[in-house]
Design a protein around this ligand. Structure first.
Ligand code: HPA
Length: 272
């Protein structure tokens, strides 16, 4: 099946399950899956049931697409996502967000866990993405262009919509949430980066590094969808502290920050 066919069959299947037309898409990364409990749900569809959909294999990323309402908005939420390090192409990693765009979403909120490259960050910092560096080695738009979604050569100069960021910052401050802003670099994984790679990323202007989000952001922007991105800095990146990195540390920190992250997500839903 081509990407176009996969998207068409996924779209057709979801349309059969619910009439709800989402205005907003949420991609819930590590530790945020519980946010789905806040949705007044009309449908919960396991990734595996959706024809053409990639299926998440990572623990803690039990994949399902939920459609419902939250804070008065019609929302499509991905509980879990697929990553390139699972063996999926960037095209496959971007398919769920393209589906959200086809279903009607005009804004997507992308969340992730990331390593802090900026030495001013601490584990627990929430970072609003203002830009990214695609170091994954491939682009989700490679291959035949899906003309019905967007142009062959889409502009990426305002990929993380500035207007939304400017709206969000004072609201976060009022809510007592310390929100930093920075550049996210995507590394393919699944091994964490080496200390030399982290020094390189810092030299290149990255503030955080992670293994997701970039294919989704590019695909959303291609489809004319506004993007907001937030990283939870769960650890300092490799080589900064005299200790090895561990997935357990990432999960533990994401859990600790969950309440604040959830509050921020609510604000993003309100403005998105
Ligand atoms: N590197 C890449 N991805 C990550 C990290 C990291 O240090 N922490 C959480 N996700």
């Amino acid at each position: 099946m081509t990407m176009q066919e996969r998207l068409a069959s996924a779209y057709g299947y979801v349309r059969e399950q619910t009439d709800l037309r989402p205005e907003l898409g949420l991609v819930l990364g590590s530790g945020l899956g519980d946010f789905c409990d806040r949705l007044e749900e009309t449908a919960e569809i396991p990734f595996g049931d959706i024809p053409g959909f990639p299926v998440s294999t990572v623990e803690g990323h039990a994949g399902a697409l939920l459609l419902g309402t939250c804070r008065g908005r019609r929302v499509a939420a991905l509980r879990g996502r697929v990553h390139c390090y699972e063996g999926y192409t960037p095209q496959e990693a971007a398919l769920p967000v393209r589906l959200m765009a086809r279903l009607g979403a005009r804004t997507v909120v992308l969340t992730n866990a990331a390593g802090g490259v900026n030495l001013d960050f601490r584990p627990g910092t929430l970072m609003l993405l203002c830009d990214h560096i695609n170091f994954a080695g491939a682009n989700p738009l490679a291959g035949p262009n899906l003309d019905e979604l967007g142009p062959r050569f889409p502009d990426m100069s305002d990929i993380y919509t500035r207007d939304l960021r400017e709206k969000l910052k004072p609201l976060a401050a009022q809510a007592g949430i310390q929100l930093r802003e920075g550049v996210y670099a995507m590394y393919s994984g699944p091994s964490y980066e080496t200390p030399a790679e982290i020094r390189m990323f810092r030299t290149l202007g990255a503030d955080a590094v992670g293994m997701s989000t970039v294919p989704e952001a590019i695909a959303a922007r291609h489809a004319g969808v506004q993007v907001m991105g937030v990283s939870c800095i769960t650890n300092m990146a490799a080589g900064i502290l005299p200790q090895p990195l561990s997935h357990a540390e990432v999960v533990e920190c994401a859990e600790r920050v969950k309440r604040e992250f959830t509050r921020l997500l609510e604000l993003m839903i309100d403005i998105g």
